[in-house]
Write a protein that binds this ligand. Structure first.
Ligand SMILES: [Fe+2]
Length: 315
């Protein structure tokens, strides 16, 4: 009996969730920081990058905030090829000290925030499947490099990111001082949830009202989740069903979010100095115990997230 021919094996590449290099890095314990294995990008991966970048030009011109557009102008990302992180860093580090560090995937929350404190941005190196440009259950290099990195060329925004890192360090330090283990875990879970929600509704999905004199008073997008989404960026500004509210810490830290749908509610800041002041305020709230009982719900705080905070040691 003749056997049916096997389908041709896919050559290894760096498509998200199908990249053997990443699995091998994990198997060898290199869970976080890796090298960007540039030679593994296939022609298809490169073409996907080009399509993603080119289709965002018009939405960015219309909806992105000025700082992002200036950052994009400085970085000069090319649709012809996926960027080398080393090239980006040579350019970006002198501007704000930030650099993109290649990671193998999910990074536990304390490790992530602590990277920000050191002006390092954990950056995914895989790229989404070219057949499903919109479907994005996890970050990829387009989200991380085209959505986040242009913002890191701005001093005020970079300072706000570092502030998230110091806030996380303060949360870890505070948790370490709680003797009762149940109480320590309860507070820490709530603190992590609050910080994650704040980060989500600002760095990932934030809107900004440009001040008169720094634009035309228009509402623009600065959140990277929106900046890397062809469908959602327009909806965030023009969608009739989106509620756009002033960024109030007490509301944001108690607001669960759903990563699988367009966000029905978004929060607006005035400037990146305003964002910096809000993160500083978040840390004060945390130290005063005002983030110890935030509303239950998404995001889930995993064992790995908790363990990462509990293994904190004095910087
Ligand atoms: Fe992101």
């Amino acid at each position: 009996m003749a056997l049916a021919p096997k389908p041709a094996a896919r050559p290894p590449d760096l498509t998200t969730t199908r990249a053997p290099f990443i699995e091998e890095a994990r198997a060898h314990g290199e869970i976080y920081i890796i090298d960007q294995p540039y030679e593994l990008y296939s022609d298809e991966n490169q073409a996907t990058w080009g399509r993603l970048l080119e289709r965002m030009h018009d939405p960015w011109a219309r909806y992105a905030n000025r700082r992002f557009l200036e950052g994009m102008e400085k970085l000069q990302l090319s649709a012809a090829r996926i960027p080398h992180l080393d090239d980006i860093n040579r350019f970006m580090q002198p501007l704000t000290g930030f650099r993109a560090r290649a990671v193998s995937g999910y990074v536990p929350s304390y490790v992530f925030f602590d990277c920000l404190r050191r002006r390092e941005f954990p950056t995914t190196v895989t790229i989404r499947d070219g057949e499903r440009l919109e479907y994005l259950p996890e970050p990829d290099i387009f989200h991380d490099v085209a959505g986040h990195v242009p913002m890191h060329t701005d001093q005020a925004f970079a300072a706000a990111l570092v502030r998230f890192g110091t806030c996380a360090a303060a949360a870890a330090q505070r948790a370490a001082a709680v003797r009762d283990q149940r109480e320590r875990l309860h507070r820490l879970t709530s603190n992590i949830r609050a910080m994650s929600r704040f980060f989500w509704f600002s760095v990932e999905f934030g809107l900004m009202r440009h001040a008169p004199g720094d634009g035309d008073g228009a509402l623009k997008v600065y959140g990277s989740g929106l900046l890397s989404s062809f469908g959602e960026i327009a909806n965030a500004i023009d969608g009739p069903d989106v509620e756009r509210r002033p960024f109030e810490i007490g509301e944001v830290v108690n607001q669960p979010f759903d990563i699988d749908h367009y966000q029905p509610r978004l929060y607006v800041v005035d400037s990146f100095d305003h964002l910096f002041a809000l993160v500083s305020e978040l840390e004060r709230w945390m130290l005063e115990g005002k983030l110890d009982d935030v509303a239950m719900g998404e995001p889930n705080v995993s064992e790995a997230d908790l363990a990462s905070f509990l293994s904190y040691s004095e910087p």
